[in-house]
Design a binder for this molecule. Structure first.
Ligand code: NAD
Length: 433
């Protein structure tokens, strides 16, 4: 359903009226290309060599004083005094960032042996999230914490955050570790998944269909999995993308074995997207509503992941991306079942990620969508829908493509140093922010 308020605020009378009434001012998000150059700043003393990686993002230097993006290297901030350099660097230039522009702050892990460094680095989180809430005009602000990773290990993440693909990702803290497996640089950054097979559950429609399309657009052979009653739609999606369809209820006890049997050449990218809601307040929720949501959204994800890892179906260098939700991170009235299932996804990711990487060379991450414009959210009553759309820093809903692009970044062959992350695609929703 079209966001009429967003269109209205784009007109002169709409802008006048909504400003007078103090209503939200969403800016249309630029999802094709960022216009302008890159401004690189440093706070504290840093040894990080970012030059070649940033050059490869395709953003040239900012000559016009109107940068499309600012990258602030704050990895060397070790105390409150050097934190002042963050203010000094950004204060004079933040106003000049173009609409739909990006601010990316680079930080370091908190040092358990130095509470001054830890305080200063944690301060960057509050700084990033606060700037994200005030910067406006469709601009985003994110913090990347570089573990012992070098700039190359962070390349796929920087490319993502400095591109239109991350239009609806703001206020996030993303950790990039040194990759235990070597980071694979694709021959062609436009077709990074060429020669790889990706399976997307629940891909006959909605976000899953968008994820399948994005992965296919990046070169993957996509297997479109959905329940047998959606086989026709799944086949149409697969045909359009040059992939194949698999009619299977993911809650079947032998779903993992059947996926493995259907993929004799193995699997490189596994996207757990299938999900359902059966909302009721806990007092009115029968056991069926509880167990069906827990089974589709969480238990089947655990079962199939375990089965596919044990069978060796996931090739080394593989990627698992599961779908959480901000409802699972923040909690939502009427969704104790859904919230529990989606929070469970975050737990699964954090626990399994280091072990799956060590044992199988596979990373495990999650996306946590906020309000995404789908048939599901179009059916939400008007007032709740409007609240969902506006209660985020970008004052609008995201698109399935925004979740798909974030998933594709986590599924990227060069994202081996991004592991165990739960990344919200929510325009910095106020829920649980
Ligand atoms: P959707 O209902 O449009 O699509 C879900 C798909 O999953 C359907 O095609 C459905 O047939 C399939 N599916 C359901 N049960 C299945 C099963 N047992 N086996 C195989 N396939 C099954 O939903 P959507 O809005 O596209 O959401 C996709 C994912 O994103 C879900 O996990 C959802 O919880 C999550 N999410 C969505 C939003 C949003 O705003 N739409 C927000 C947060 C999280």
């Amino acid at each position: 359903m079209a966001d009429r308020y967003l269109s209205f605020t784009g007109t002169a009378p709409g802008r006048f009226l909504t400003r007078r009434l103090g209503l939200p001012q969403p800016a249309p998000l630029e999802r094709r290309s960022l216009t302008g150059g890159l401004l690189r700043l440093t706070a504290g003393k840093s040894d990080l060599d970012l030059a070649s990686v940033l050059t490869r993002t395709g953003l040239g230097p900012d000559d016009a004083g109107r940068p499309a993006a600012i990258v602030l290297d704050a990895t060397g901030v070790r105390d409150v005094d050097s934190l002042a350099e963050v203010h000094a660097a950004l204060h004079p230039v933040v106003r000049s960032v173009a609409a739909s522009g990006r601010v990316v702050v680079l930080g370091a892990p908190l040092d358990p042996a130095d509470h001054h460094q830890a305080a200063a680095q944690q301060a960057l989180e509050g700084f990033t999230r606060s700037l994200g809430k005030e910067i406006g005009r469709g601009r985003t602000v994110n913090l990347v914490r570089l573990g012992d990773a070098d700039a190359e290990a962070a390349e796929s993440t920087l490319r993502f955050l400095l591109s239109p693909a991350s239009a609806y990702v703001s206020g996030q803290v993303i950790e990039v570790q040194a990759a235990d497996t070597p980071v694979t640089t694709p021959d062609d950054w436009d077709l990074p998944l060429a020669g790889r097979t990706a399976l997307v559950t629940g891909a006959a429609r909605g976000i899953g269909a968008a994820v399948a399309a994005t992965l296919a657009g990046q070169g993957a052979h996509v297997v479109v999995l959905d329940v047998p009653r959606a086989e026709e739609e799944a086949r149409k999606v697969a045909e359009r993308l040059g992939g194949s369809a698999l009619a299977l209820d993911i809650t079947a006890a032998d779903a993992g074995e059947r996926i493995a049997a259907a993929l004799p050449g193995g699997l490189d990218v596994l996207i757990h997207n299938a999900g359902i809601t059966r909302d009721r307040r806990l007092v009115n929720m029968d056991a069926d509503r509880w167990s069906s949501v827990l089974d589709v959204n969480l238990a089947s994800v655990l079962r199939t992941t375990d089965a596919l890892l044990a069978a060796g179906t996931l090739n080394r260098g593989g990627r698992i991306v599961a779908t959480a939700s901000i409802a699972g991170l923040a909690g939502n009235a009427g969704q104790t079942n859904y919230g529990a299932s989606k929070a469970g996804i975050a737990g699964l990711v954090r626990s399994l990620a280091p072990r799956a990487l060590a044992a199988h060379g596979v990373t495990v991450n999650a996306v946590a969508p906020g309000f995404i414009e789908t048939k599901m959210t179009a059916a939400v009553p008007l007032f709740i829908r409007e609240a969902g759309r506006r209660m985020n820093s970008l004052a609008q809903g995201g698109l399935p493509a925004d979740v798909a692009e974030t998933t594709a970044w986590l599924a990227h062959p060069a994202s081996g140093a991004v592991n165990g992350q739960v990344v919200r695609v929510c325009g910095q929703s106020l829920l649980g922010a």
